[in-house]
Design a binder for this molecule. Structure first.
Ligand code: AMP
Length: 308
């Protein structure tokens, strides 16, 4: 069984969308990634940090999915990372209202011995120095390292960010972040510039407008499934990354062609994530539901054309 190691935030989130509001729910990139990747039969560990205010029921969500949590550090007397955001009416953009790093501020991840040889590594959105420290702890080069980041690190830790980008295989960012990172308006040019920074594959997520995969001169595009109701997009990007990497780890094939399938899986899982608040929908999701939606996805995107 392939091993996937994820490093990322675990959080309390407060979320406000045009459809409602929730004051405190389970959040953080590592939770969304771990839950999403658990739909594939792979071995997983999540490395993160929480305070002793973090409920044991939230940890149980990961252990119920057989995810190794033994290297999630619990800081006695510490407060768990807290994030709050408010979505605009289009649901594609949001304002971050609060970021309280709390225990995340001094996070120094330790990798479980059994996962130091994990072929698949997900570096969730964190300070790029933490992401570099994780790679430095691995005795051999993993098969595939996927990096997520955000505009904040581009503004504040540019040089360190460039170092980690040059060491990973895939970067997953949204369209706005890709434009900021490359200083290009065209996403095609942006991806080319980002590949010149040393990363082999660039995945650009465009929310309800789908996702693009770039590798050398090849481009693949997957639309997002048109949904009647989008309730809360929080975690969609991380759920996408968990599906993308979970699928690659399960199939153990990192060819460009197989990455196309991984993009479809990532998009399919993200389409569930947005249907309810926070992680709620992902927690009730079954493999059967995923299969049905994958077939819907196939129908949506397949056509035969008669040349006139
Ligand atoms: P996404 O909607 O996929 O971008 O991910 C949202 C999740 O990222 C939320 O659950 C937050 O707790 C988490 N998050 C937001 N800001 C940060 C940050 N600066 N560092 C780590 N995690 C974050």
């Amino acid at each position: 069984m392939s091993k996937l190691l994820t490093i990322g935030s675990m959080a309390f989130d407060a979320i406000e969308t045009p459809f409602g509001k929730i004051e405190k729910t389970m959040g953080g990139a590592a939770n969304y990634i771990g839950i999403s990747a658990s739909l594939f039969d792979i071995e997983q560990a999540v490395v993160s940090v929480i305070g002793d205010d973090y409920p044991s029921e939230y940890l149980k969500v990961l252990t119920d999915r057989e995810i190794d949590i033994s290297y999630i550090e619990i800081v006695n007397g510490g407060k768990t990372f807290f994030w709050s955001g408010k979505y605009h009416n289009d649901m594609n953009t949001r304002d971050t209202l609060t970021t309280q790093l709390n225990v995340l501020e001094h996070f120094s991840p330790k990798i479980p011995e059994y996962f130091t040889d994990a072929p698949y590594i997900m570096l969730g959105n964190l300070h790029p120095q933490i992401q570099l420290d994780v790679l430095a702890q691995l005795p051999t080069r993993p098969k595939l390292v996927v990096l997520d980041t955000m505009g904040f690190w581009m503004n504040h830790t540019w040089d360190t960010l460039l170092k980690i980008i040059a060491q990973v295989d895939v970067i997953t960012i949204n369209d706005e972040e890709a434009r900021q990172l490359s200083n290009e308006c065209s996403l095609v040019k942006a991806a080319q510039k980002i590949m010149q920074m040393g990363v082999t594959y660039v995945v650009i997520k465009k929310g309800e407008h789908g996702a693009l995969l770039f590798h050398e001169k090849d481009i693949f595009f997957a639309p997002a499934l048109p949904l009647e109701d989008v309730f809360d997009p929080t975690g969609a990007g991380d759920t996408f990354a968990g599906g993308f990497l979970g699928y690659l780890a399960k199939t153990d094939d990192i060819s460009f062609n197989n990455m196309k399938n991984a993009i479809i899986y990532g998009s399919t899982l993200a389409s569930f994530c947005v249907e309810q608040f926070g992680t709620e929908r992902m927690l009730s999701l079954t493999k059967d539901e995923v299969l049905k939606r994958l077939l819907q996805f196939k129908e949506l995107t397949q056509f035969e054309i008669k040349i006139a």
